[in-house]
Ligand binder design. Structure first.
Ligand code: E4P
Length: 216
C-alpha cells in the first residue's frame, strides 16, 4: 500500500520523507491556506522533497475554470496531480485532462456510483472520504470495499485512495482490503509507528544493558 501524507506543511512532509515511508502527498485548499508563503512555490518544494505524486486541487467549479486551473497546477512540476471534485463538471474535466496525459485525482467521492464515473473518466486516483462518512453515521470503509470489489471486475487504471483518514484503523482496514493508497494526516502517520509495548520493551532492554556495565 502506498502511504501519502495529507498535508501542506513542508516541515512535517520533510520529517516523514526523511524516514523513507512517504510515497506522495495530497493537499486541498483548506490545508494549503494554513501554510505561509506562496502556495505554488510550496507545492514545488513539496514535489522536490517527495518525488512522488502531489495532488493540488482546483477551486473552480465549472469545466472551463477547472481546465484552466488544472493546466496551471500541472505546470508547477511533473510530479503534480490535478485534483478535481466529483461533480459533473469535475468528471468532464477529469476526462479531458486525463486525455491530455495529465494525472487526475477525483476527490470528495462518497458513493460507488460516483467512483465508477471517475474510473470511466480516466482518473488516476479516486478519493473516497471515509472519515466524513463515519462522521454522519455511515461506515466509510464499507464504501472502500464496495469500490474495490466493483473496480476489480474491470481494468480501469484508477487507484483507490483512502482519504479523510482519522486513525490507523482506517489505514489497516484499507490495506487488508487491498486499497492502493491511504492519505493520512501527520498525526496518523506518527501513530502507525507507535506501540506502547515497543517503548516499554526497548526501555527494559536498555536498562538491563546499562545496569550490567557491558560495552559493545
Ligand atoms: C484528501 O485528499 C483530503 O485532503 C482529505 O483526506 C480530507 O480529509 P478531512 O475529512 O480530514 O478534511
Amino acid at each position: 500500500m502506498k502511504l501519502f501524507i495529507d498535508s501542506g506543511n513542508i516541515a512535517d512532509i520533510q520529517k516523514l520523507a526523511d524516514i523513507g515511508i512517504i510515497d506522495g502527498v495530497t493537499t486541498n485548499p483548506s490545508l494549503l491556506v494554513k501554510e505561509p508563503g506562496d502556495y505554488r512555490e510550496n507545492l514545488k518544494k513539496i514535489c522536490q522533497i517527495v518525488k512522488g505524486p502531489v495532488s493540488g486541487e482546483v477551486t473552480a467549479t465549472d469545466f472551463a475554470g477547472m481546465m484552466q486551473q488544472g493546466h496551471d497546477i500541472a505546470k508547477i512540476d511533473p510530479y503534480m496531480v490535478v485534483k478535481v471534485p466529483l461533480t459533473r463538471d469535475g468528471i468532464k474535466a477529469c476526462k479531458a485532462l486525463s486525455g491530455e496525459g495529465i494525472r487526475v485525482n477525483v476527490t470528495l467521492c462518497f458513493s460507488a456510483a460516483q467512483a465508477l464515473l471517475a474510473a470511466k473518466a480516466g482518473a488516476t486516483f479516486i478519493s473516497p472520504f471515509v472519515g466524513r462518512l463515519d462522521d454522519i453515521g455511515h461506515d466509510g470503509m464499507e464504501l472502500i470495499a464496495d469500490i474495490l470489489e466493483m473496480l476489480g471486475h474491470y481494468s480501469y487504471k484508477a487507484e483507490v485512495l483512502v482519504a479523510s483518514v482519522r486513525s490507523p484503523v482506517h489505514v489497516i482496514k484499507g490495506a487488508r482490503m487491498g486499497a492502493h493508497v491511504a492519505t493520512c494526516p501527520f498525526s496518523v502517520l506518527q501513530q502507525l509507528a507507535k506501540h506502547p509495548l515497543t517503548d516499554i520493551g526497548l526501555k527494559k532492554f536498555l536498562d538491563d544493558w546499562n545496569k550490567s556495565g557491558a560495552k559493545i
